[in-house]
Ligand binder design. Structure first.
Ligand code: FES
Ligand code: FE
Length: 441
């Protein structure tokens, strides 16, 4: 059955078997072949700034603790006691020198070591290989520009290689700050009745939906820089860029195309905002190439498999989303806002407003998108509907081709409207799914 479904995942032909969004056996295989072999985002450095800070999250279906040890190294452990599997930490974040398991009391320190065992002498007769019973640790944890990723495959390529050319764009986002990026404390989490890939692929490559799905938000002038102006979808950017390993960005603008509305910014926010924007442009010019500085924005995108961004094109800050898989037909979305630590208060206030009103559970864009996810799933799990493939044929034969892209933009730069990034996402997904994970003896 899995083989039959995978044979019908044919991004190169513009069709994909829709059972990959609902079949439980496909889901189980992708938890193994996708989520144990790729670099999965686990934390931003500002969420765990101090030694022994921690947060809990998931890599696919596995709960993990992301914990800075005493020496400030970020480590990732399976959040499951080495004794009988109890979930060790049951809070979202904090600071701890150690965790004691609430089942029998085994205690683990921030370097993962089994530091204490109740009744060690009496019950174990002082005989337990404690050094072998530390927390199960993820062998690879690496960061790029303050974003930490983990990978269970100890032989995996480096994170830097895995990100590849997407780093060129990532640098624009990370370096366009005066004081570094910071995650605003607090996180929105919500469950959606739909497969995790629906969200991840939408952010990787779907400009096409915005004028229809988000028509209401666009008509009331969301994100418009000029009063009374309704943004057209194309105003969000010009290019779609696909990368190795399934990553994709959309809404990349032509150099100099964004954030020219200084008069509106002055009228709507104040002179301070215009000055701040100018400072950002200046620092960016010094830190990256002039082409990167003129592009200024990375728009929307997905780092394969399940980390997405939205609206880092806005100079006030951006949104980070993780599509956590929960079952074949359910996912949980975790969202955070990031902004420049040194931005003036007025900018941070706008960032919070944008976050709340935009791509969040109660925001106009978020609610629109979740409606799609829910209704696609409802219309995709029937006996007959499962047999009818999805279409991904937009721009077939034109991948990596577009007019007007400047020389020097890395990645496969395509048109604004194209399915090239969705095809790219599923090509890598299918490649991983078709190769069994080697097991240690
Ligand atoms: Fe954790 Fe027993 S399961 S101490
Ligand atoms: Fe959307």
């Amino acid at each position: 059955m899995i083989g039959e479904i995978l044979a019908n995942v044919r991004p190169g032909h513009g069709t994909i078997d829709r059972r990959i969004f609902s079949d439980e056996s496909i889901y189980q295989v992708e938890m193994d072949r996708v989520f144990t072999r790729t670099w999965v985002f686990v934390a931003h450095e500002s969420q765990i700034p101090n030694p022994e800070d921690f947060l809990t999250t998931y890599i696919g279906s596995d709960p993990v603790i992301v914990w800075r040890d005493k020496a400030s190294a970020v480590r990732v452990f399976l959040n499951s006691c080495r004794h009988r599997g109890m979930r060790l930490c049951r809070v979202d974040h904090g600071n701890a020198k150690s965790f004691s398991c609430s089942y029998h009391g085994w205690t683990f320190s921030s370097d993962g070591c089994l530091a204490a065992v109740p009744l060690f002498k009496q019950a174990y007769h002082g005989n337990l290989p404690r050094e072998q019973l530390g927390l199960f640790e993820c062998p690879r944890v690496e960061s790029y520009q303050g974003f930490y990723f983990a990978c269970w495959d100890e032989k995996a390529q480096s994170l830097a290689n895995y990100l590849g050319d997407v780093k060129w764009y990532f640098d624009i986002m990370a370096m366009r700050t005066l004081g570094g990026l910071e995650v605003i404390p607090g996180q929105q989490r919500y469950r959606v009745p739909g497969n995790w890939k629906l969200g991840a692929e939408n952010f990787a490559g779907d400009n096409y939906h915005a004028p229809y799905t988000h028509r209401g938000a666009l008509e009331v002038g969301a994100y418009s820089q000029e009063p009374g102006t309704v943004l057209r979808n194309e105003d969000f950017g010009d290019f779609t860029v696909a990368f190795e390993n399934g990553h994709g960005l959309i809404d990349i603008p032509k150099p100099g195309a964004r954030w020219h509305g200084d008069k509106y910014i002055a009228d709507a926010i104040g002179k301070e905002a215009v000055e701040y924007l100018q400072e950002l442009r200046n620092v960016l010019q010094q830190r990256v190439s002039s082409l990167q500085a003129e592009i200024f924005s990375i728009g929307v995108g997905t780092i394969f498999p399940n980390l997405s961004f939205n609206d880092f094109g806005s100079f006030v800050g951006g949104l980070m989303m993780v599509w956590h898989p929960r079952s074949a037909t359910e996912s949980e979305i975790w969202e955070n806002m990031l902004f420049d630590r040194s931005a003036p208060k007025v900018i941070k206030d706008i960032a919070r407003q944008n976050f709340t009103f935009g791509q969040t559970v109660a925001g106009s864009f978020g609610a629109d998108d979740m409606e799609n996810t829910e209704q696609i799933t409802a219309a995709t799990t029937g006996v007959i509907s499962k047999r009818v493939p999805f279409d991904y044929s937009m721009g077939l034969g034109h991948d990596g081709k577009t007019d007007g892209a400047p020389e020097g933009m890395p990645g496969r730069v395509g048109d604004f409207y194209t399915d090239q990034n969705n095809r790219n996402f599923y090509e890598y997904w299918a490649q991983l799914m078709g190769t069994p994970t080697p097991r240690k003896p």
